[in-house]
Design a protein around this ligand. Structure first.
Ligand SMILES: [Zn+2]
Length: 153
């Protein structure tokens, strides 16, 4: 209906720093991506919901990167790199949207007008925030969404 899916996923957690291993359960929400639907998908039952739960599963596996290890209390070193990629990706997408809308308006109006810069800036900022908002799901409220099964001792 809303194109959103929240589910629990479980999988192995392994600390990249100290090698600690356990089972993890992650709650994650996925939203259907607004790309044109592939023809073969439309024939399947609830195609939108299906891709939303596929997205949720990806979010869940990324979330595990942001879990602090219960033994050494450190995080996967790739978590920081992932965040950096998201920030750079958001800036690039925003810059692209800014340039495209600015050039598009110049082409349409065959000239530059004063309203174009602010409109293009808004388009760029919206795109940038949209990308950031979509991907930040992986590291928001990690502690609330992840349960690690207690280590046997
Ligand atoms: Zn560890």
């Amino acid at each position: 209906m809303s194109g959103e899916y929240t589910g629990e996923f479980s999988g192995p957690y392994e600390c990249r720093r100290c090698g600690f291993e356990t089972q993890a359960t992650v709650r994650a929400t996925g939203r259907r991506t607004w790309t044109p639907r592939a023809p073969h998908e439309s024939s399947e039952r609830g195609a939108g919901a299906e891709s939303a739960d596929a997205v949720a599963e990806v979010v869940a596996s990324r979330t595990l990167m942001f879990v602090r290890c219960p033994r050494c209390h450190r995080r996967d070193p790739s978590a920081f790199i992932y965040q950096l990629q998201v920030i750079l990706g958001a800036l690039l997408a925003g810059g692209g949207a800014f340039a495209l809308s600015f050039l598009g308006m110049i082409k349409l109006a065959s000239g530059v007008s004063s309203y174009m810069l602010p409109v293009a800036l808004v388009a760029g900022a919206t795109t940038c925030l949209g990308v950031w908002w979509t991907y930040r799901r992986a590291w928001v409220a990690v502690d609330d969404r992840v349960r690690l099964s207690s280590p046997e001792s």
